[in-house]
Design a protein around this ligand. Structure first.
Ligand code: NAD
Length: 471
């Protein structure tokens, strides 16, 4: 990753390109763009061997035009203030694009998780939460973190527990963080939500014959050759759902190297192989690519960077062969590289839309925590009874019996997972249509990213105009 590229500058560059197409006052645009607050904290960690280490961590709250603010917490060695602010800004725009009524935030701890034991990671996470509580940077109505690179349900459970302990266990305490395990107030479908959303977004982008014709591809996901970078939470699920949707995952890149098989790789098998402690390079039946970055430049239809930012820069943009670059990670393509790719006729599905499935389902989880009831609990049986009565009436009227499996499938009342996945699908489809419509209104002369930014800027600006400015 190129450390010299300033991520927040990249986000703002894209913002400025889109702002030209809006007619909001310049002062308001500046206010929307700026990061409202950043908290840089340092605290000591007592390591397992008794030594003391200073930990650097941040939480950035980009925009409180809606409350609470929301965004993941990242554990990575490259975490810095600029990155956290950039990611917080992307959260603001992301929420606006998918109509999630929250502001944007992001947190990060500058550590390489591989260098710490589970106990040390727990102490770091709990101390970080303590620092956030002390400064009022966390709470169900203030700021609600979620998982991001290097974190998952385990860390979110530690955060919820620490918050609850420190604040005397208020009624809505579980709403202080999302992405928790289901047994700790999480919602079914959250773990795979970002990857599932990436699949829905790509499927939608591939569903318009005229759009696909523009870039020389056939309509539909089926049969598309895909390369995925990063087999973590987002990359694994995106690859898995794309494969289930009929695409061939021909390449997978991880940090230790990449693998390739023109006939397609079994995503689940590769994931389990790596999870068992093996290097991806030893996966049987695939071609080894020792330099992982080389995989990005291979021939394919869709490239899905799902690891980290600044992976496609001016250095390698000219070598990218994929026709669609689906930004599953945040900021994987720099602004200059994106321009170069667009000039070469590539289609970029922008991060702030494509990976918004995570925050969408996090929003559902937060709603669940505030309402203290599982989605579908009150209506599942009722709907199932009604559907059964309707089907029985149809059978009586027609004198024909439906096969038992079809009867059951139609009669089935939705449970939590059905409702979450359906809400996610609806969100990703309608947000894509909004973004595409804006691009069409500009005679397709702007990119999908610029269209997404126009959409986000307009929504945040309307919010400011309606609520006014305090005092
Ligand atoms: P993760 O930690 O689960 O997975 C990241 C994977 O990328 C890891 O397996 C890691 O080994 C791999 N990786 C790191 N550097 C690499 C390199 N140079 N080449 C190839 N692989 C590399 O993280 P995640 O949650 O999947 O997040 C990935 C990206 O998606 C980040 O940009 C994150 O901000 C974004 N994102 C995540 C979520 C979420 O819900 N988790 C939501 C929205 C956006």
């Amino acid at each position: 990753m190129n450390q010299k590229i300033k991520f927040f500058e990249q986000v703002n560059k894209n913002f400025d390109i889109a702002a030209i197409y809006t007619n909001h006052p310049i002062g308001l645009l500046k206010q929307i763009k700026i990061c409202n607050g950043v908290y840089h904290m340092t605290f000591p960690l007592k390591r397992d061997d008794g030594s003391i280490e200073v930990i650097n961590a941040w939480r950035a709250e980009h925009s409180q035009h809606k409350s609470p603010v929301k965004g993941g917490i990242r554990y990575a060695e490259a975490v810095n203030e600029d990155e956290v602010m950039a990611l917080a800004a992307l959260m603001t725009y992301k929420c606006a694009i998918v109509d999630v009524p929250l502001g944007g935030a992001k947190g990060g701890i500058k550590i390489n998780v591989r260098n710490y034991s589970q106990n040390e990671l727990e102490r770091i996470t709990r101390r970080y939460t303590f620092e956030l509580v002390r400064k009022n940077f966390i709470g169900p109505g203030i700021d609600v973190p979620a998982p991001d690179y290097g974190t998952g349900p385990r860390e979110m459970a530690w955060i919820a527990d620490t918050y609850s302990a420190l604040t005397g266990g208020p009624l809505d305490a579980l709403g202080c963080v999302t992405g928790k395990p289901v047994g700790q107030g999480g919602v079914r479908g959250r773990t795979e939500a970002t990857g599932r959303g990436v699949y829905f977004g790509i499927r939608e982008a591939c569903s318009f014959p005229e759009d696909m014709k523009e870039i020389g591809l056939e309509t539909g996901v089926e049969g598309k050759k895909v390369i995925v970078q990063g087999l973590g939470n987002v990359g694994f699920y995106a690859a898995k759902f794309l494969q289930e949707g009929g695409a061939d995952i021909i390449g997978i890149a991880e940090y230790e190297g990449a693998i390739y098989n023109a006939k397609g790789l079994d995503v689940e098998a590769v994931f389990q192989f790596r999870r068992a402690g093996n290097s991806i390079l030893d996966f049987p039946g695939a071609k080894k690519i020792p330099d992982s970055a080389d995989a990005l430049e291979l021939e394919c239809d869709i490239l899905v960077p799902a690891a980290l930012e600044n992976q496609i820069t001016m250095k390698n943009a000219k070598n990218i062969k994929a026709k669609i670059i689906a930004e599953a990670a945040n900021g994987p393509v720099t602004a200059d590289a994106a321009e170069a790719l667009l000039n070469r006729g590539k289609r970029i599905i922008p991060d702030m839309y494509l990976n918004a499935g995570g925050v969408t389902v996090s929003y559902f989880e937060w709603l669940k925590n505030l309402s203290h009831v599982r989605f579908g609990r009150m209506s599942k049986r009722f709907e199932e009874d009604i559907n059964t009565q309707i089907l029985k009436s149809v059978e009586e009227l027609t004198g024909k019996k439906l096969p038992q499996n079809i009867f059951k499938k139609i009669a089935h009342g939705p449970d939590e997972l059905d409702l979450v996945n359906s809400g996610l699908e609806e969100t990703m489809i309608s947000a894509y249509h909004q973004m595409r419509e804006i691009r069409l209104q500009h005679n397709s002369e702007i990119s999908l990213r610029t269209a997404a930014f126009i959409d986000a800027i307009d929504k945040v600006a309307i919010s400011y105009k309606e609520m006014g400015i305090f005092p």
